[in-house]
Design a protein around this ligand. Structure first.
Ligand code: ZN
Length: 317
């Protein structure tokens, strides 16, 4: 990889799209635009192009000197073709029908990598962040859903259809559990993620008397805040969620044999409470006769996906 190359990196989320110009390990300039997922990915790419031209101007980078385009997307990506096989429920529906890499090449005229968002985040953390220097690592991202990714023996894991490693949020945490958006029952993210939380909270018998009934939105930031003040429903939801994440992490460790496990995502703003408990659970329950997996907080925050997908582009060109 030529580290003088500038890559346009783009991280698509359900509500915001982050984009940035990346050179080597440096994010030269960043921007964010609204995702408008109902309008589809093709429409979003047009708006990304417009925002990217603005970024190039403000960074003093000639758009024609860009060396590649990296797109991090929350779906299953077919290896080889890099077509998008799945999209988040009801969002960017057109992405499954169009050849996204081909469309990007036509719109931008650049070598392109399309990558699952959890895989992009781990690529970033593995090359430049919390898992730097390791040969085998897993990442679990706690947010709207639960993302997961694995690097084994220095190779990012993808599998036959691109879903190896990245479905850690859909490891079963409760066989008698709640229906998941993926069609399975009792997935970790159906038991403890931001999309599943409001219904879980409201179905608690003591919900009407809880602080959670009086504040909005019902997310884990609120749950951790209310739990810290002694709200019984919030404490129960918090403690159960941490047990679900702990169990999922042990499953990831058993499946992928990492030396480092990186925990990221917006919910980790409460990491000072979550991380010690995850570590304790892993120390007690993970079967690792060789020693202990290092459990670390993600180091690159929101930029991990952009840095990671840019690295993947650079490794290919
Ligand atoms: Zn699921």
């Amino acid at each position: 990889m030529n580290t003088a190359n500038t890559i346009l990196a783009c991280d698509v989320g359900g509500t915001r799209i982050k984009l940035g110009l990346v050179r080597g390990t440096r994010l030269l300039r960043r921007d964010e635009i609204a995702a408008h997922p109902n309008e589809g990915l093709a429409a979003a790419l047009i708006r990304i192009g417009r925002a990217a031209r603005g970024l190039c101007r403000s960074a003093g980078v000639a758009a024609k000197t860009l060396a590649g385009f990296g797109l991090s997307f929350p779906g299953v990506i077919e290896p080889g073709s890099e077509r998008i096989l799945s999209t988040p429920a009801g969002k960017f529906d057109d992405a499954k029908r169009i050849d996204v890499p081909k469309l990007i090449r036509r719109l931008f005229g650049l070598p392109t990598v399309v990558c699952n968002d959890a895989n992009a985040a781990l690529a970033g953390e593995w090359r430049f962040g919390a898992a730097r220097g390791s040969r085998s690592a897993v990442m679990m991202t706690l947010g709207t859903g639960i993302g997961a990714s694995a690097v084994i023996d220095g190779v990012p894991l993808r599998g036959q259809h691109g879903q190896a490693g990245c479905l850690g949020g859909h490891l079963v945490a409760n066989i008698d559990g709640r229906p998941c958006l993926c069609g399975n029952i009792g997935c970790a993210e159906a038991e403890a993620s931001t999309w599943a939380l409001p219904e879980q909270a409201r179905s608690h018998p003591a919900f009407p008397s809880s602080r959670l009934a009086r504040e909005k939105p019902i997310d884990y930031a609120l749950v951790f805040r209310a739990a810290a003040r002694g709200d019984a429903v919030a404490m129960e939801l918090r403690d159960r969620a941490i047990r679900v994440w702990s169990g999922a992490l042990v499953s990831l460790i058993h499946a992928y044999d990492p030396e480092v496990a990186v925990i990221g995502g917006g919910i980790m703003r409460s990491g000072e409470i979550i991380l010690p408990r995850l570590r304790r659970h892993v120390a007690r329950h993970a079967w690792t006769p060789w020693g202990k997996v290092k459990v670390k907080t993600a180091a690159l925050g929101n930029d991990a996906g952009m840095l990671g997908v840019a690295w993947l582009v650079g490794a290919r060109i």
